[in-house]
Write a protein that binds this ligand. Sequence first.
Ligand code: CUA
Length: 205
Amino acid sequence: MDTETLKSKCTHLWRESGRLWLDFRTQTSAIHVDALERKWITISLLVIGLMVTIITLDALFDGINPPSKVETIDSASLHLSEEFAEDNLGVQVDDKGKVTIRMVAGRYSFFPKHIDVPAETQLTFRWVSMDVLHGVHIPMTNMSTMIVPGYVAEVTTTIPKPGEYPMLCNEYCGLGHNHMWSNISVIAKEDWQAPAKTLVKGGKP
Ligand code: CUA
C-alpha cells in the first residue's frame, strides 16, 4: 500500500468516525434525561471508575489475590489428595503448636459437621470445595471467605469469645443452599484439648 492510499484511507476513517459520533450525539440528545438523573449517572460512573482504578492499582502494585494466594487443588479428587483426605480433616496441631483447620465444603454441608477450636488462639482455616462455589461465614467473627472450586482458601483469624457458632454458606450453591451449615464450638483456651491425632500431611509447614 503506497502512502497516498494509506492517507486517503485514514482520512476516510477519520471522517466516518466523526460522522458516527455526530449521529450518536444527535440520537442521544433526543432522549430527555432529567438534570438530577444526569447528576446521579455521573456520580455512579465516577464511583465505578474509582473502584476499577483501585482494583487495577491493587492488582498491579500490591499483587492482590484471592484468599487462596492462588494455591490450586483438584476439586474432583480431594479424597485422594494427601492434605484433604477424610482422615486429615478437622482440627490439627503441629509440634510448634500451630492450629490448622482443614474443611471441605460440598453441597450441602461443611465437613466435618462439627469442630472444637480454642478461643484467643491463632487459627489457620484451609477451605476447599468439592463441587461448586460456596462461601463460609461465621457470624460475630471476621471469618468470611469464598470457597472457589479448584483453589484452597486460607484464612488466619482468632476468635476471642467462647461459644457456639454456626458456619453458614453465603454463596448461593443450589436448592439446599439455605440448609448448608455446620457448627463450631469455641472453647475457652484453658479448657480446650488438642485432638489426639496431630498428624499433618501436605500443605504448607
Ligand atoms: Cu454452599 Cu450455599
